[in-house]
Design a protein around this ligand. Structure first.
Ligand code: ATP
Length: 133
């Protein structure tokens, strides 16, 4: 069946460039898996965990949403930010979580609730992915 080339790219850097046996992504309409020889696909992604298998072993990444494109056995994931589970700074994510929670419960009209909610979702997801390392 061969392999699928996975490229995970952010504005700063390439986070993953690897041959994989399988990728599971957080699509906006639900999680979906991609195997080698998959048909062409373009999907929006939400904040969450991306799982990919190399040599029978699962690896985990945090991604902050973005887009996944599958074409010719190459899967490209473009995300604003992405980190390997082992690279997640849990103290930073915990601090971001607490900051967002304070903003969401402050009853302050100046707080951008959607922004605080997105920040909280990123922080909780980072803590979840970090626990999978
Ligand atoms: P914070 O409030 O802590 O900055 P954030 O969710 O606003 O969190 P992002 O805008 O998603 O942060 O990311 C900004 C940059 O910082 C990206 O390069 C991202 O990979 C990195 N980053 C953010 N949080 C963490 C973390 N907990 N561990 C490792 N890298 C992080």
């Amino acid at each position: 069946m061969g392999t699928l080339q996975l490229e995970v790219v952010t504005p700063d850097k390439t986070v993953v460039s690897s041959e994989t046996e399988m990728v599971v992504c957080p699509g906006v309409e639900g999680e979906f898996g991609v195997l080698p020889q998959h048909v062409s696909l373009l999907s929006a992604l939400k904040i969450g965990a991306l799982r990919y298998r190399v040599g029978g072993k699962d690896e985990y990444l945090f991604i902050s949403g973005g887009f996944a494109d599958v074409n010719n056995n190459i899967m490209t994931v473009l995300a604003e930010s992405a980190e390997r589970a082992a690279d997640i700074d849990t103290a930073r994510a915990q601090a971001a979580k607490e900051r967002a929670e304070k903003r969401l419960t402050a009853h302050d009209e100046a707080v951008d609730m959607a922004r605080a909610e997105a920040s909280l979702t990123r922080a909780v997801s980072r803590l979840h992915v970090a626990a999978l390392r």
